[in-house]
Design a protein. Structure first.
Length: 139
């Protein structure tokens, strides 16, 4: 049974990179609001890069609509890393309003970093953040 305090999603911003780590469930409204806030927290949204790593969880229809409102007309680059077919379908719907998005399997995370155009030092920071975020997701 899932702990009542267990998180479905953890988001972190490192400079222009936003990392969203998701488990198998849809983010709660508060978790999704945190994600949207971190994506939007910039003077140049077009410079934002988003890395999503998910084990099957993804935004519901209402959350995708909220994301569409934020991203419409921007060139935010997003990489979604997951082995879930459900997630790949969600990405296909997001691609209708966000053209710079691509999916990668879990073993292709290095390709995702390159797709986002991360420099080697940014990759190291991202890898460290993901390790810390996994701990927060599992606690």
């Amino acid at each position: 049974m899932k702990s009542p305090n267990k998180r479905n999603a953890v988001t972190r911003r490192i400079g222009s990179l936003v990392i969203l780590l998701q488990g198998t469930d849809t983010p709660t409204p508060a978790e999704w609001d945190e994600c949207i806030k971190l994506i939007s927290a910039t003077s140049d949204l077009n410079a934002t890069k988003v890395l999503v790593i998910t084990h099957g969880g993804g935004p519901n229809l209402s959350q995708r609509q909220q994301l569409e409102e934020v991203l419409r007309g921007t060139t935010v680059c997003s990489a979604v890393v997951s082995d879930s077919m459900k997630v790949r379908f969600i990405v296909a719907t997001v691609a209708l309003f966000s053209s710079k998005i691509s999916t990668f399997g879990m073993v292709e995370i290095e390709k995702a970093y390159r797709f986002l155009g991360l420099a080697p030092d940014q990759m190291l920071l991202a890898k460290k953040a993901v390790i810390e975020m996994r701990q927060a997701l599992e606690d």
